[in-house]
Each structure stands twice: as C-alpha cells, then as structure tokens.
Design a protein around this ligand. Structure first.
Ligand code: ATP
Ligand code: MG
Length: 869
C-alpha cells in the first residue's frame, strides 16, 4: 500500500474520474501533469520532464504549463489526439481549510473543439458515433463549434465508411471494448481519437429523453426520428458526451437534421482526391476546385460553399433555385457589389453563436459578435433588393438581431478587456459596479492627494507615494531627505538610496481600495455570467442568421466567379445525359498561362453514347478532359454556374472515379489491389444515373491482364442494365477501340495531335474516332530520352507489332498480318458472341426487368449475334 498525502489522494481520485484523458491539475499559476500523463505529454508539448516527491514512497514524473499560456498548449495536445481534463481549484485558497478542493471543470477533446482560436476558417471538427449489425447501421455527427447536429441510417458498413470519409471526424465514440469500428473506417484516412463509452450511453430510450431535453421538443418526430431506432441512440450518445465534457449548456443546438444516404450527389473520398476538389495533387489548396471557387467573404460562407461542393444537391428544385439566384447576381452587378461589401469583414457569427450557446464566449468573442451583429442590417438591406426566391428567402431568414446587439451595446464595454474582472462590463449598466469602480478610482485619487499633502507637510518635494505587491502603498523618501521624515512615518524597507515608509492613513485607504477592487472583480464576473446567460437563449437565432448570411455569401461568390470567368448557367434535366459545349477545366484554365486552355465539347447519353472511350498520346489531355467533365457536372449540382459555353446536365446520383496507377504515381499511394477494389466498388454500385470516370484502369498489372480487365469492365458497364452508367474511359490500350464495332452505345473519341517535322504537337482537342497510334516513343523523345534509345525502341515496337501473337500464341500461319479484330479474337479476349449472349441470358433476373428494358436488351443481344455473322 502506498503512503498517501492528501494531495496525492485528491489527485488520484480526479485522475480516476478523468479516465483515459490527461489530467491537468491546477497548482498555483500552473497546470501540472503527473506520472504517465506527464511522460506522454512532455514530448508533445516540448517541455522538460521533472520529478515531484510526494513522500518517501512516491516520486512522480511531472511537467507543467503556466495557466496563462494554457490555450496554446491545449491546441498541441488536441492536435496529437489527446483528451484533456482540467481540474481547477473550486474554492478560494485564502479561505480554504486544509487542501483546496479541486474539480474537473471541463474536458477538452479533439472532436469537441469550439474555441475560435483553435480552429482554422473553414476547418470542420466533427465528433461522430456509429454502429450497427447485419440489418442496418446508424451514424450521427455533431460539430459543437457550429451547432451542426445530423445523422443518417445506412444499409451497410460501406455506406457508413463513405459518409465518414466526407466528414473526417476527429473523434469517434464507440461502445467500450468494440473494435469493429475499424471495419467502417475509410481506408487511408488518418485514425481518429477513439473514445470508448459504456453501452448504456447508446441506448435509444436514454437518447430520446436527452434529445428532447436539449433540443427543447416533446417529440422527435419533427426531426424524422422514430422512438427506439438506433440513430436516436447514436445522437443521444453524442449529446451525453458533449454535456459531460463541456459541463455546461448546449444552448445553440436547436435541431437535429436527418440525412439520407442518397440526398446528395455522392462523391466518395477517393474521387474527392482524384478530382482535386479540396487539394490539388501537389497538396496545394490554391490549385484545387475549392481553391478557385471560394471567394466567399466570411468563414461561415466558406464552410457552406465547401458543404455545397462536397455534398451537391440532387433536388432539381433546390439546384434550380440556386442557379436562379446566381443568375440574378450575375446580371445585376450593383446588387452583387452591394452584397459583397456588406459581407466584407463579417466575423464568424456561426462559431460565435456556438460559443455563446456553450456559455464559453470570451469578452473578445463578444466584442467581435457585437461588431458582426452591427453589420447584419446592412446585409439584410442589400439582400432585400433581390427578387429571386432563394435570395428573398435568405434575406427574410436573416434576422438582424437588433435586440441582441442592443443588449451587447448596453452591457459590454466599448473595448472590453481580455479578462473578466478587469473592465469588460460597460459603465452605466449596473449601479453597484459603477459605485465600486468609483470607490476604487476615488481611492486612487485620494492616494495622489496624500502625496501632495505629505510633500507640503514635510517639505520634501521628491517624496513619492508608490505601490508594489509586497508592501502595498508606501511613501518613498530619498536618503538625502531622511532627516526631514516625521515621527508618524513607520519605516518598512531600506534601499541603497532611499527608505520606504507607511502611515496609518495610507494603509486605511489601501484597504478600502483593495476591497473595492475585489468587489469590482466579483461583480463583473456576476454580470458577465448574467450577460452570457441572457445571450445564450438567443444563440439559435444567431445561428440561423449566420446560416442565411453564409448562403448569401456562397451565391455571391458563385456569381462573382461566373462573371469573371464567363461561366454559363447549366440546364438541369431529370433524365441522365451530359451535353457540354466548349467546356473548360475550372482550375487549369486559371492557373495555366501557356499554352492557352483549349475548350472541348462532351456528349454522353444512355441511348447512343453511353460510353466514350478516349484514346490519344501521353500528355494529350485525356485526364484533364475527364476531370473537367466530372467537375462541371459536380459544380452544376452544387448550384454554381459552369465553365462552358452551354451545358445540359442530367441529374446524377454519384460520380465515381478510378484513376489508374500511372496517374496516381505522383501520390505514391496506388497499388493494383487498391485500383481493383475501387473498380469493384464502381461495378457494384454504379446506376444508370451515375457518371463513371475511368482513367487508365488496368495499367497497374501485366499488359494482357490489364487489357483483359479493362475490356470486361467496359463490357459489363455497357451490358448490365442496372449498372449502365455514363462512362468516360481514357486508355492507352488501343485494342479496346475495336469494341465500338460490337458495343452499340460505345463511341471512340481521341485527343488530336499533329505531326510536324518529326515532332508531335498536342492540340488538346477532342475529336471523333480512335487515335491511330500511341506516340509514346515521341513523348520519350520530348522528355530527353537519348536518341539512340528511342530509335532502338522504334525498332522493338515494330517487331512486337509484327509478332505480337507469337508472344503468347502459336505463330500465325501463312505469315499474313492479321487484322486487329482477328488478332484479338485469337488472343481469346473475344469469345464467340453466341456464348456471350447465352451467358448474359443466364445472368438476367427476368422479374427485375421492366418491359421496356427487356425489349432493349433483346435488341442489343440480337445485334450482337448479327455482328458475328
Ligand atoms: N484542353 C487543354 N488545353 C490546354 N492544355 C491542356 C489541355 N488539356 C491538357 N492540357 C495540358 O496537357 C498536360 C497533360 O494533360 P493530361 O495529363 O490530361 O494528359 P493525358 O492525356 O492524361 O496524359 P497521360 O496519357 O500521360 O496520362 C496538362 O498538364 C496540361 O498542361
Ligand atoms: Mg492521364
């Protein structure tokens, strides 16, 4: 048994409450960490590890941080994934008997950060809870810093994983002892802080009660939630955890939004990366889609724009409303200008509202909140001139919150001090505070009066009244004048050149000043808490207004971009299909100075051009073209105009992208296995409403394996009615171009090049028909591969082309060069059509076909048989 000191006992008790969180134990001006906590935190904080001797038995490793620098250190710990429990002194050390009582006043965790200092502008910070069984899964997420509180039911772990990939939560709650969460965690995503909680926290009935209480409703049906469903349990666990860690109110949480897995255009995490939505391949944000699109003026606008782009809408009405609003702003430069200037410098009201709702707002944050509220009427005024329905609605939703602003003007000092107690409450609000301030200030004036009076009575003109922490107020007389010091002065301290004295009168005044100052501090604290209490109730209104301002900000940013880069308003249609005239890549056209960007058309439709097979030389522009079509589709769904002369975009449910090994090399992450896993995902989940981008699929393996896979993937997407997505497939396998002769909805296009004096010129133009050769060796030449090597490569190529079949097959008879189709047939890639047709018939689930689909299928099969003849 260890010997205990009272402090050690208290520490260990608190540590037990803190569980696996680090415990920061307040001692004087420091927060100290002991034992293993100290050993884990010291290297992260970059501070020295020392030891503290508690008694003969116990000597603990220790490290500490000064309390005034706490925020900076906290940031580092959270960044490193730690949870941090803060134990503060909860009674006054001056009056406490024995050891000062300490309690855990708050637990900071990576997924519940709300401080505006610890979060970047559009950075999101989600806490998530999920779980499920064979039947169904549920996933809920909460962002305390904005009051976002949402969730969805998912069919399987994969759907959970997909949503997690978009959210990228920093922290997840899981049932104690369950490590199944890893099955749902998106591969490649950095591991979150995993916080185990007892199973009863996930109980739907406890969750229901908690949701009703916090959200202030009597039934959850208004949020689309059913009693007893797993999702309620997940949402409840989040609330329980937030309440427990914050130890305060969650006043800004006003609703729960139930999402559906299919209520947005789904772009999975891999595709977000492939399309360079958030970051370019080189890691730069400026060269990503968001980087060029986001000219919002506020942080909440920036977050909202990101939401719209990452979860584009699939509701034609919502999309049309956004397009209409952007059109109005694009046409009306005056209105756009007015909105932009009204929004300029508007602070992050959404996060400030959250801080108020959590009752954690600092005086500086309230100061900034007040400035923001003062600006709202101008935003509303400007927005009210709009006539498009969405802008009108946003203007109406933008509550100018005059009353809240007035309250802040009345009660918060014009320039509040940083710390409560030192001047944050406005004068004239509270008579008691004013009086105590007067006393404190008046006392100081009296002190100044004493100095003058004592100079006169002693005749010492250099006599000074001063203050320090040790002696309080004192009179200082220089050595030369000591003989003139009267009896009533009591000596307190002797310095080299002077002596210090006190007088009863001075001490009496000092006591009065200190008492008044203490009362000022205490009264300010009370008044500040009361102010936070009164503001807290308004926090949902502030959140709503901030949301409206964010929406206006995004629409204005879209309009600005559309004007500046000549975007067009896309026409949205319910039926699948894409027609783009003179489309451009939104990022490349901006960042590439030379050569100038070449616009290209695109036509995809389920009837005659379901699959476009794109061939052409390296560097021809294939990947760029593929991405550009996907980006235009995505931007249109987000509500933005698009970089094209005109565009008609059918409603799309998912954008899949698979970028083959060669194009992923830069990221150094791809293996053939990953490539095939992603391909499998596409083949399972693509629907006729999906857009599938396949860039060099199959390249990561032996040529013939890759070619065969690419071949069968294209066939599958073409022939399986349930998975008949629109497909853009860029490839170097020229053999594939022959597929056009057997797959009626597959068309060949290629990147045009010109040969000029032995060099090749990339025109970056998409033209009909397959490319006639690969030009790989030309590109090698351009890249500076020695001429000898290139010449030899030409020779080898010629031989290979002549003898290709000999590599794997018997020599061809008669030495005649076989036609390409014939060659492929001999390679065994091309099974007899009758066998294919029989195979397909076997796979068909007759009762899942509509009569129309059945008819179409018959036609296709018949055509295939006739091709064989
Ligand atoms: N439409 C265009 N207008 C102007 N320049 C373009 C265009 N498209 C592509 N480029 C330029 O060509 C370069 C190569 O494009 P891209 O990577 O798309 O070629 P690729 O055909 O996919 O090549 P590879 O076969 O090697 O993957 C781009 O980096 C860009 O600078
Ligand atoms: Mg490419």
């Amino acid at each position: 048994m260890l010997k205990m000191t009272p402090m050690l006992r208290q520490y260990l008790e608190l540590k037990q409450q803190a569980g696996s969180a680090l415990l920061l134990y307040r001692m004087g001006d420091f927060y100290e960490l002991f034992f293993e906590d100290a050993q884990r935190a010291a290297p992260v904080l970059g501070i020295a590890l020392t030891r503290r001797r508690h008694n003969d038995d116990v000597e603990a490793p220790m490290c500490g941080v000064p309390h005034h620098a706490f925020d900076g250190y906290l940031g580092k710990l959270l960044q490193a994934g730690f949870r941090v429990a803060v134990a503060d002194q909860v009674e006054d050390p001056a009056t406490a008997k024995g050891l000062v009582r300490r309690e855990i006043v708050r637990t900071h965790t990576p997924g519940t950060v709300s401080s505006t200092e610890l979060l970047e502008g559009d950075e999101r910070c989600f806490l998530a809870a999920f779980g499920g069984d064979d039947e169904s899964h549920a996933l809920a997420w909460l962002e305390l810093s904005t009051g976002t509180f949402e969730g969805m039911r998912c069919d399987d772990a994969r759907a959970v994983s997909e949503q997690l990939g978009r959210l990228r939560p920093r922290e997840i709650l899981v049932v104690e002892g369950w490590d199944g969460w890893q099955d749902s965690w998106p591969p490649g995503l950095a591991s979150p802080t995993v916080t185990p909680v007892p199973p009863e926290q996930f109980s739907p009935s406890a969750g229901e009660e908690r949701l009703r209480r916090v959200l202030g409703v009597s039934s959850l049906r208004g949020f689309g939630l059913e009693s007893g469903e797993r999702l309620v349990g997940m949402a409840g666990a989040l609330l329980a955890y937030a309440e427990g860690t914050q130890r305060g109110s969650l006043g800004h949480l006003a609703s729960f939004v139930r999402r559906q897995p299919d209520d947005a255009l789904v772009v999975d995490r891999a595709s977000l990366g492939n399309l360079e939505i958030e970051r370019a391949a080189d890691g730069r944000r400026e060269h990503s889609l968001l980087g060029v699109l986001d000219s919002t003026r506020t942080r909440m606008g920036s977050r909202r724009l990101r939401d719209w782009v990452i979860r584009p809408s699939v509701d034609l009405e919502v999309i049309a409303e956004r397009h209409r609003a952007v059109a109005e702003l694009t046409d009306d430069a005056m209105l756009l200008g007015a909105l932009c200037s009204a929004l300029r410098d508007l602070p992050d009201l959404e996060r400030l509202a959250a801080r108020v709702g959590l009752r954690l707002a600092t005086p500086r944050e309230l100061h900034s909140l007040r400035a923001g509220l003062d600006q709202l009427p101008a935003v509303r005024e400007a927005a009210r001139r709009a006539t498009s329905p969405l802008l009108c609605r946003l203007a109406d939703a933008l509550d100018p919150l005059d009353d809240v602003a007035a309250l802040l003007h009345l009660r918060l000092a014009a320039t509040p001090a940083a710390i409560v107690g030192t001047g944050v409450i406005a004068g004239g609000w509270d008579p008691e505070l004013d009086e105590q301030r007067q006393l404190a200030r008046g006392g100081k004036e009296l002190v100044a009066g004493i100095e003058i009076a004592e100079r006169e009575s002693t005749g010492i003109s250099s006599l000074k009244v001063r203050y320090n922490k040790v002696f309080g107020y004192y009179i200082e007389v220089s050595r030369a004048n000591l003989d003139r010091v009267p009896q009533r002065f009591e000596r307190r301290q002797t310095l080299t050149n002077a002596e210090r004295f006190i007088t009863p009168e001075l001490k009496d005044l000092e006591a009065r000043i200190l008492a008044a100052e203490e009362r000022v501090v205490a009264r300010e604290r009370e008044l500040y808490d009361a102010l936070l209490g009164d503001l807290c109730g308004h926090s949902p209104r502030m959140t709503a207004s901030a949301g409206a301002a964010a929406g206006i900000d995004v629409l204005a940013a879209f309009a600005e971009r559309a004007r500046r880069w000549n975007y067009c308003r896309p026409l949205m249609e319910d039926s699948p299909g894409i027609v783009i005239r003179e489309g451009r890549h939104p990022v490349l056209e901006e960042i590439q100075r030379s050569p100038p960007f070449i616009a290209n058309d695109c036509e995809l439709n389920p009837e005659s051009a379901q699959i476009v097979l794109l061939t052409g030389p390296n560097m021809g522009g294939k990947s760029t073209y593929l991405r550009q079509v996907a980006l235009i589709t995505l931007m249109a769904h987000a509500g933005s105009f698009v970089p094209a002369a005109s565009a008609t975009i059918g409603l799309t449910d998912r954008i899949f992208t698979r970028v083959g090994a060669s194009d992923m090399l830069a990221k150094g992450e791809s293996t053939f296995m990953v490539e095939m896993t992603e391909a499998a995902n596409i083949l399972h989940h693509a629907t006729p409403r999906s857009l599938v981008i396949l860039d060099e699929v199959g390249r990561g393996t032996a040529t013939f394996d890759g070619l065969s896979l690419a071949w069968s993937i294209v066939e599958y997407l073409h022939d399986e009615p349930a998975h008949g997505a629109l497909v853009l497939f860029a490839t170097h396998y020229h053999e594939l171009t022959d597929l056009a002769s057997v797959l009626p909805r597959l068309v060949n296009r290629s990147m045009a090049v010109k040969e000029w004096r032995g060099a090749i010129l990339f025109l970056h133009r998409v033209v009909d028909g397959p490319a006639d050769r690969s030009y790989g060796i030309h590109v090698a030449q351009l890249a500076g591969v020695p001429a000898g090597v290139c010449a030899r490569a030409e020779q080898i190529l010629a031989t290979l082309e002549r003898h290709e079949l000999k590599i794997i097959d018997a020599p061809t008879s008669g030495g005649q060069e076989p036609g390409r189709l014939e060659r492929i047939q001999q390679l065994g890639l091309f099974r007899p059509a009758s066998e294919e047709v029989a195979d397909q018939l076997r796979r068909i689930e007759v009762d899942r076909l509509t009569p129309l689909e059945a008819l179409n299928l018959m036609a296709t099969l018949k055509k295939r048989l006739s091709n064989e003849d």
